[in-house]
Design a protein around this ligand. Structure first.
Ligand code: PMP
Ligand code: GLU
Length: 396
């Protein structure tokens, strides 16, 4: 048989989804495993949102919609961006897709020509590097080390730019590190992008999950010159506990919005109509549940950080946002845990799952060594149990 697509054949399965599938399979087999793997709120979707979906079905809202989403949802997204981030977009600049992961892909499709370089600060969400490669681009990884709070500087960015650089991907607050860029830090980076005529993809899907009274600053709020070259990526999965509904969106300049809509019109068409109606309620209905969930995440973060830093051999920084912890396992390298010699974070995550019965994600897929990612989008009981197991596992 003839060779299949080289680009497709080179795609690696998502490490986050792999861990999640393994965890769910072990659970289904009746194993008492704790899941700190995939970042997915453990809460149910708030009732007002689910009810809007029921209503949509009862009202016969079960037909095709425009490829870029129903006007009410695009307007609701634009209104929310204005209310929360102070950025003004018309409904025509919003493009709805089947989850923010899909929005990332569509945005890259709209921007990348073969060989274009895309700068990605590491640790990064695993999907960025893969989807750049999937669209013919070349990921260029720069390091955002723990010593810099897992953030990059404008100077660092400038050092990585070549005449092939097309785009910077920034995730604020970050998955997997929880790092949050302040206005000055973000402006320094954005100024470099303007100076070198780069696009910015700013994935702001965790923007509602910011702690200690800190403020979130959207890249698009840094002035017109930055906004016109920025594609904001956002969605309802994380803030509204709607991971399974598959609704994400971009906000961009009208030309890019049109290109992305055209692309969607031949690929997915649109996300589920019913999910779109639910997302209208999420974005425009009561926001009380968002704050309720945020407070729970903040409390869990405090607990998990304190417990980890009290365990000999592991440590973590206190993240400012999202719902992830980077567990530093450097001191465990070379030790034997759960019958396995720990040479790297892959070994640790495997041993911890097999012998400690806790699922975490090795950060090798996030472009960094000696860390595993734990999510605190898990119930209080699971967090307590998982940390007891961590203490036990590391002591062994
Ligand atoms: N961006 C980041 C940084 C994420 O962690 C996720 C999690 N899946 C997404 C985008 C995509 O979310 P979804 O596709 O569920 O909207
Ligand atoms: N974004 C979440 C995570 O990083 C869900 C899984 C995925 O989409 O990668 O765990």
């Amino acid at each position: 048989m003839k060779e299949i697509s080289r680009i497709a054949a080179a795609v690696k399965a998502s490490t986050t989804l792999k861990v999640d599938a393994l965890y769910k399979q072990m659970k289904a087999e009746g194993i008492d495993v704790v899941g700190f793997g995939a970042g997915e709120p453990d809460f149910d979707t708030p009732d007002n949102i689910s009810e809007a979906a029921h209503r949509a079905i009862r009202d016969g809202q079960t037909k095709y919609t425009p490829a870029n989403g129903i006007p009410a949802l695009r307007q609701a997204a634009a209104d929310r961006l204005l209310a929360d981030c102070g950025v003004q977009y018309g409904a025509g600049q919003i493009v709805v897709a089947s989850g923010a992961k899909h929005s990332v892909y569509i945005a890259l499709r709209a921007l990348i020509n073969d060989g274009d370089e895309v700068i990605i600060p590491a640790p990064y969400w695993v999907t960025y590097a893969e989807s750049v490669s999937m669209t013919g681009g070349v990921p260029v990884i720069i390091s955002a080390p723990a010593s810099a709070g897992f953030k990059i500087t404008g100077e660092q960015l400038e050092g990585a730019i070549t005449d092939k650089t097309k785009l910077l991907i920034i995730n604020n607050p970050s998955n997997p590190t929880g790092a949050l860029y302040g206005a000055d830090e973000l402006k320094e980076i954005a100024d470099v992008c303007v100076k070198h005529d780069l696009y910015i993809m700013s994935d702001e899907i965790y923007y509602r999950l910011v702690y200690d009274g800190k403020s979130f600053v959207s890249a698009a709020s840094l002035g017109e010159k930055v906004k016109e070259r920025t594609i904001l990526v956002n969605g309802v999965s994380k803030s509204y506990a709607m991971t399974g509904w598959r609704i994400g969106y971009t906000a961009s300049n009208p030309m890019l919005a049109e290109v992305m809509s055209n692309y969607l019109s031949h690929s997915t068409h649109s996300p589920s109509t019913i999910s779109q109606f639910a997302a209208v309620e999420a974005l425009s209905g009561s926001q009380d549940s968002v704050e309720d969930m945020r407070l729970v995440f903040e409390r869990r973060r405090d607990y998990i950080v304190d417990r980890i830093n009290a365990i000999d051999g592991v440590s973590c920084l206190k993240p400012d946002g999202a719902f992830y912890i980077m567990l530093n396992i450097e001191k465990l390298i070379g030790r034997t845990l759960g019958g396995r010699v720990i040479n790297d974070s892959d070994d640790f995550s495997l041993a911890f799952l097999e012998s400690g019965l806790v699922a975490v994600v090795s950060c090798s897929g996030f472009g960094c060594d000696n860390y595993v990612r734990m999510t605190y989008a898990a119930s209080d009981d699971s967090i307590r149990k998982g940390l007891d197991r961590l203490a036990e596992f590391v002591r062994a």
